[in-house]
Design a protein around this ligand. Structure first.
Ligand code: PLP
Length: 490
């Protein structure tokens, strides 16, 4: 039995991997040219052979679960497999350049950034794109600052104090709105899980700065009334914000700009190609602003067209010139939201992914994302209350506790879905298989869901039993944090 098999069969003790310092071996002598007072005399590390070291780190890596080990159907906070060719491109020798280099020595870099801005603007139906914000939430915050600057330029900064957010929205939406200094107005969803048009009409008015919406929304439902929604928001002088986390459902098929959205962010890590996980530095995202609302009242339009600020960063925005590319300061700007051009190598990966897939590949990816979610949704025994969904669905664990379901799924060797959110579905299991999985893997996932669906609470409450770390006491884990390593018996 190899180590990976042992992982699923054995008890916790068998999976214990000692730290290097706990292994037997001669102590490592320090040789250094640094002054004595700055060096240690010895390191508490044994001298080990290369295979010992390689196996130690391989075993540690096998105690974890990642997208390279199996499916990862987290809805909304999606982690999909990102092709390795994008890593190869980012590892090319010319890709690592210092951001302070002179323009003429980084023409290729500027061309790539300019090209990516253009790709993203065309994909989203936007006029301009900033590559600076380093994550989804940072993109929201940037978009909110852009909206604020827009209203201030129209002389309505003091009056427009509210941002409307549906109750199905991701938590970062109200958080970004509050951070931007706005009052958050929560909009209850209609019975079908979409925007309640009457409630929106009642909530929108002279104080509305922005309505933030995800489409398809976090239940995976397409907001069919989006044109009417845009009319209501613009009619009241507000702006419409597109949370691009679910853009992967629409790629190459529909564009937020054409639906009437004024500002958006792209979750580059979900829609294009960049790993996204708690342990990985947050990947890039871009914010863009159309220069004026599509169907806003004439007064707002006129002013906005002249004065609308762009979600761009001063000094780092690349543009094409007759002889190449240069950095420039856009006329209307909210200033920088990140150093230099954002997470440069992440942008390289996104560019490589879009360029390789092309129009056809991108729309094929969105078709497969929707097909896979619908196939998986049709195979699981848990009820999916809101349909028809697109790239993700939210099932209800019914009488079971969704967190227990998730922990038990780990025992079946798969990563669980996102749980307990959105709250409008009781015991939510928010599931997004993404376009990358084949039918066999989707069937395995469905089997895991269905096996857990048939189990009783006692089994669920004892899970997970087959992972390296077993069931933890969550309250103690939060209250008595151990931030440094301690041996198991301490
Ligand atoms: C719908 C939605 N909006 C916003 C975000 C925030 O993105 P990020 O995690 O990159 O900050 C997420 C994250 O998963 C999301 O699912």
């Amino acid at each position: 039995m190899n180590y990976t098999q042992a992982k699923w069969e054995h008890d916790e003790e068998d999976l214990y991997e000692p730290l290097l310092s706990e292994k037997d071996g001669n102590e490592v002598e320090i040789e250094s040219s640094l002054p004595d007072e700055l060096t240690r005399e010895s390191l508490d590390l044994p001298e080990l052979s290369e295979p010992e070291l390689a196996r130690h780190y391989t075993r540690l890596s096998q105690m974890n679960y990642g997208i390279d080990s199996g499916p990862y159907p987290l809805g909304s906070c999606t982690m999909k497999y990102n092709p390795k060719f994008t890593e190869d491109v980012a590892a090319l020798p010319g890709a690592s350049v210092h951001p302070d280099r002179s323009e003429d020595s980084v023409q290729g870099t500027l061309e790539l950034l300019y090209g990516l801005q253009d790709y993203l603007a065309r994909i989203g139906g936007m006029d301009a794109v900033s590559l600076q914000p380093p994550a989804g939430a940072a993109g929201e915050f940037t978009g909110i600052l852009v909206a604020k600057a827009f209203h201030e330029a129209n002389g309505e900064g003091d009056q427009r104090t509210e941002i409307i957010v549906p109750d199905s929205a991701h938590g970062t939406n109200p958080a970004s709105a509050a951070l931007g200094g706005y009052d958050v107005v929560e909009l209850p969803s209609a019975d079908d899980g979409r925007v309640d048009i009457e409630a929106l009409e009642a909530a929108t008015g002279d104080s509305t700065a922005l309505f933030m919406l995800t489409n398809p929304n976090t239940l995976g439902l397409f907001e069919r009334d989006i044109e009417q929604i845009a009319e209501i928001v613009h009619g009241a002088g507000g702006l419409l914000y597109y949370d691009g986390a679910n853009l992967n459902a629409l790629l190459g098929r529909a564009r937020p700009g054409d639906m009437g959205f004024d500002i958006m962010h792209y979750n580059v890590h979900k829609t294009f190609a960049t790993p996204h996980a708690a342990v990985v530095p947050a990947p890039d995202l871009s914010a863009s602003a159309k220069s004026w609302p599509r169907s806003c009242p004439p007064r707002g339009c006129g002013t906005a067209r002249r004065k609308a600020p762009r979600g761009r960063a001063s000094g780092e925005t690349p543009r094409a010139t007759e002889s190449g590319y240069e950095r420039f300061d856009p006329e209307h700007t909210i200033g920088k939201v990140h150093g230099f051009t954002g997470n440069w190598l992440v942008l390289v990966k996104a560019y490589a992914y879009i360029a390789r897939l092309g129009d056809e590949g991108l729309s094929d990816a969105s078709a497969k994302a929707v097909l896979n979610a619908n196939y998986l949704g049709s195979q699981i025994e848990y009820e999916v209350p809101f349909t028809p969904f697109h790239h993700e669905f939210v099932a209800s664990a019914g009488d079971q506790d969704a967190a227990d379901v998730a922990k038990r799924m780990l025992d079946y060797g798969v990563h669980p879905p996102t749980t307990k959110w959105p709250e409008i579905v009781s015991e939510a299991l928010m599931t997004e298989p993404t376009e990358i999985e084949n039918r066999e893997t989707l069937d395995e996932l469905a089997e895991a869901f269905n096996a857990v669906a048939r189990e009783d609470d006692e089994v669920l409450e004892a899970a997970p039993r087959k992972t390296t770390a077993k069931r933890i006491d969550q309250a103690s884990a939060a209250r008595n944090l151990r931030l440094s390593w301690q041996a198991l018996d301490e």
